[in-house]
Design a protein around this ligand. Structure first.
Ligand SMILES: Cc1cc2nc3c(=O)[nH]c(=O)nc-3n(C[C@H](O)[C@H](O)[C@H](O)COP(=O)(O)OP(=O)(O)OC[C@H]3O[C@@H](n4cnc5c(N)ncnc54)[C@H](O)[C@@H]3O)c2cc1C
Length: 368
């Protein structure tokens, strides 16, 4: 059996690319080492953000948000999008300068965010502390429980006849057949095209094809509190650290982002970073005093890729029209559905609605 496209990595970006290629008429296989959407895509904070993305990316994030909001149309089920806006806080003069600049840049790029008075912010979110010196509000921002997206994607791939091989690790890729042969240790899989969608594990994948991809890896941690009576209606963000907090329907508060550490997934197990967890809890309590005394009952970490310029890396590998990369770094959940659609358009030979983020800008080319 030979496929039109093999997707390596069944996170959000690989899975949505696969779905779109299958809908475009291709025979597609997704090969995922663990479970579908259990990497960064299954453990992320679910924040849909125009405020925290780079200005260049705002139009993509906005489109991604629209697609999440209309998930019923393309994913087969509506997700519980909490679209009550996000309040982003600054606590020092230096942070206020940063937040003012961030807000202006994102606004010019198309985000409907604005600086609001603390009184206005506390009318939107009465549980907010009185400490912020500046607050920005973005009405389009919000959040989605990210695990729901993974479940829905699994079912959508099944309906679209995409073959999903979970628990199968790709160990190498060689040119062969009418395109590529993927070595899975158990059997060889042949495909005319490959899409590398390995998130934090992309660096070794690109090496299989002879490219050195200078991506870093961040350890991003999530803290979940005990269930609390509803008190937090909005999502809160912190300008400098990209920390977010929100209360789920079951009463737990999710604290994500904040202080992050460098990870090296090639070295095996990556551990929690207690000092960052402590910093994030302190900062969350600084934002919302009602968290004082709340117990953290769960923490977990996820690994996310990081490009040197902070922008996504999406498109064909240099000199190839049959090997592609897709990676988004810190806001991949927000823009994922849209950028995966753009990449699948390119692979299907259609003109993408917006330009991709050419991997060639980062790559030293060897090329097998
Ligand atoms: C803790 C955390 C919080 C985040 N919060 C937000 C947020 O609030 N908002 C937002 O917009 N973004 C957020 N992000 C970023 C977002 O989650 C990611 O950008 C996005 O999920 C990346 O998707 P992906 O498909 O590229 O990667 P992943 O979901 O990591 O998928 C890559 C997959 O490749 C598989 N794989 C690796 N090696 C192999 C191999 N050899 N063979 C086969 N499969 C392989 C892995 O098992 C994995 O499933 C967060 C990330 C983390 C980690």
């Amino acid at each position: 059996m030979s496929y039109d496209a093999a997707i390596v990595g069944g996170g959000l970006l690989g899975s949505i690319t696969a779905l779109k290629l299958a809908k475009g008429g291709m025979r597609v296989v997704v090969i995922e080492r663990g479970g579908l959407c259990r990497g960064a895509s299954g453990v992320n904070a679910g924040t849909i953000t125009l405020q925290f993305v780079e200005p260049e990316v705002v139009p993509y994030a906005r489109k991604g948000r629209e697609l999440w909001q209309g998930a019923g149309d393309w994913l087969g089920r509506d997700l519980d999008f909490v679209d009550k806006g996000v309040l982003t806080l600054a606590f020092t003069e230096a942070e206020a300068e940063l937040l003012a600049a961030q807000t202006m840049e994102r606004h010019s790029a198309g985000a409907p965010n604005e600086i609001v008075t603390l009184e206005h912010a506390r009318r939107i979110e009465p549980s907010l502390s009185k400490r912020p010196v500046l607050v920005s509000h973005c009405s389009l921002d919000g959040w989605i429980p990210s695990n729901l997206a993974g479940h829905a994607l699994g079912r959508a791939l099944h309906r679209a006849d995409v073959e999903v091989r979970e628990g199968v690790s790709v160990e190498g890729i060689e040119r062969g057949g009418t395109g590529y042969i993927l070595d899975t240790g158990r059997e060889a899989v042949a495909a005319a095209r490959v899409v590398l969608a390995g998130g934090a594990w992309l660096v070794p994948m690109a090496r299989w094809l002879g490219f050195d991809l200078p991506l870093g890896c961040l350890v991003n941690q999530i803290i979940v509190t005990e269930r609390m009576a509803p008190f937090l209606g909005s999502t809160i963000g912190v300008a400098r650290r990209r920390l977010t907090l929100k209360q789920a329907a079951n009463g737990t508060v999710l604290i994500g982002g904040g202080w992050q550490g460098d990870g090296d997934p090639q070295r095996g197990a990556v551990a929690l970073i207690p000092k960052n967890l402590r910093g994030n809890i302190r900062l969350a309590r600084h934002c919302v005093p009602a968290l004082d005394g709340a117990r953290a009952v769960r923490v977990w970490l996820g690994l996310q890729d990081k490009s040197p310029d902070g922008l996504p890396v999406i498109g064909p590998l240099p000199g190839r029209d049959d090997a592609f990369i897709i990676a988004c770094g810190h806001s991949g959940f927000t823009m994922g559905p849209y950028v995966a659609r753009l990449l699948s358009d390119v692979i299907l030979g259609r003109e993408p609605e917006m330009p991709l983020f050419d991997p060639a800008r980062l790559l030293s080319v060897g090329g097998k």
